[in-house]
Write a protein that binds this ligand. Structure first.
Ligand SMILES: NC(=O)c1ccc[n+]([C@@H]2O[C@H](COP(=O)([O-])OP(=O)(O)OC[C@H]3O[C@@H](n4cnc5c(N)ncnc54)[C@H](O)[C@@H]3O)[C@@H](O)[C@H]2O)c1
Length: 350
């Protein structure tokens, strides 16, 4: 890539810092400016990553002509406001997941992005897992036959992030593990299955432990004066136009083992995607056969680095956008449909 992409980092919390670090490791971006409503956080990231300026208000950052693109990593309820302002200011956008927490906000984001002609990429980091990319190509080439079922599981036994903070306040987060981590595996399973059109969802949500302050994890900052009004476990069945379904389980806190994976059932083969490996399952001569495919490692390179490389390439070279605004919008509709179904205890048609 000829020139580095000059970025503004909006939100310098745990994940925003991860993006700055990914930018440094990738070598494809230059952090021109950073922003956080907590002054010392913005200042310290400015110093550490060599940015020119630190701001408390993202609008000031957006006024800089030398910022070509922004990375938005703030609480979910302000993704929408900042993404639209950034696009209107002529900046390319990498926006964290979930894209936003309301369907009409998501539609507005897509409309603004389309009208701008700028790159708008949703931060579905898991799509960059090398084993996911390998499996994506394998499935797309037809090796599993027709894929009719996907099982997506991302459960934590004791991993509530930032108890009491924005993470566990529905108004600010949009929900609990479903929208926070379930979205990663649901999106990845959907992507592997070729992003079929979703038609209906049926879901159930529970808060068995979280409201009792059980299952608190290490991510985020705890605020014991805050509150917890989201689910701590969610399950759902999503139906697609082509007849395929995805079954989902997501939890922040549950008395269960964390044996997380994505399973795909095809008419010719099955596949299981787990950390760093894919297992292909089939039968030959009436014998069950499992083939394990492992991935080579790149030193210090994680999915955030790969994501940053792809974003910079999309902006600089017109490369493909990994997760488009339209896909982000469809995912928001699925997630909100699951919450609605859980509330009404009925199947919701999208
Ligand atoms: N892709 C992933 O794997 C992944 C992982 C973790 C978090 N995330 C996403 O990243 C986002 C941030 O999560 P986090 O864990 O970093 O949370 P965090 O609470 O650690 O950080 C959020 C930061 O945003 C700042 N902020 C709040 N309002 C702001 C505003 N108006 N302008 C500028 N800064 C503002 C806060 O002060 C804080 O520093 C969330 O959307 C989350 O879902 C994604």
């Amino acid at each position: 890539m000829s020139e580095k992409l000059r970025i503004g980092q909006i939100g310098c919390g745990g994940n925003g810092t991860g993006h700055l670090e990914a930018g440094r490791v990738s070598g494809v971006v230059e952090p021109v400016a950073v922003c956080d409503i907590i002054a010392e956080r913005a200042e310290s990231r400015k110093e550490k990553y060599g940015a020119k300026a630190a701001y408390l208000d993202y609008r000031e950052l957006l006024q800089r002509d030398d910022v070509e693109a922004v990375v938005i990593s703030v609480p979910n309820y302000i993704h929408h406001e900042i993404a639209i302002a950034a696009l209107q200011a002529g900046k390319h956008v990498l926006c964290e997941k979930p894209m936003t927490i309301k369907a009409d906000w998501a539609e507005e984001m897509v409309k603004t992005a389309n009208a701008s002609g700028l790159v708008f990429q949703v931060g579905m980091t898991s799509r960059f897992r090398p084993e996911a990319q390998w499996l994506k190509k394998y499935v797309a080439a037809g090796n599993l036959g027709e894929v009719y079922f996907g099982r997506a599981r991302y459960v934590r036994r004791s991993g509530i992030p930032g108890w009491g903070s924005w993470f566990t306040r529905k108004e600010q987060s949009g929900g609990g593990p479903l929208i926070d981590i379930g979205v990663h595996v649901l999106d990845l399973t959907w992507y592997l299955m070729g992003c079929p059109k979703p038609v209906s969802v049926s879901g159930a949500c529970f808060s068995a432990l979280g409201h009792r302050k059980k299952g608190v994890g290490s991510w985020g900052r705890v605020d014991w004066d805050g509150y917890f009004d989201v689910e701590d476990f969610a399950t759902a069945l999503v139906r697609f136009e082509n007849g395929a379904v995805i079954s989902l389980e997501a939890s922040w806190a549950a008395y269960t083992n964390e044996n997380n994976a994505i399973d795909l059932l095809g008419t010719e083969k099955g596949a299981q995607l787990a950390t760093d490996k894919v297992t292909l399952l089939t039968q030959e001569d009436d014998h069950n056969m499992d083939t394990v495919v492992t991935m080579p490692k790149r030193r210090n390179v994680n999915n955030f680095v790969r994501q940053m490389e792809a974003f910079a390439k999309a902006v600089k070279e017109g490369g493909p956008v990994m997760t488009t605004g339209d896909q982000g919008l469809q995912m928001v509709k699925i997630l909100l449909g699951i919450y609605e179904s859980a509330r009404t205890q009925k199947e919701v048609f999208l």
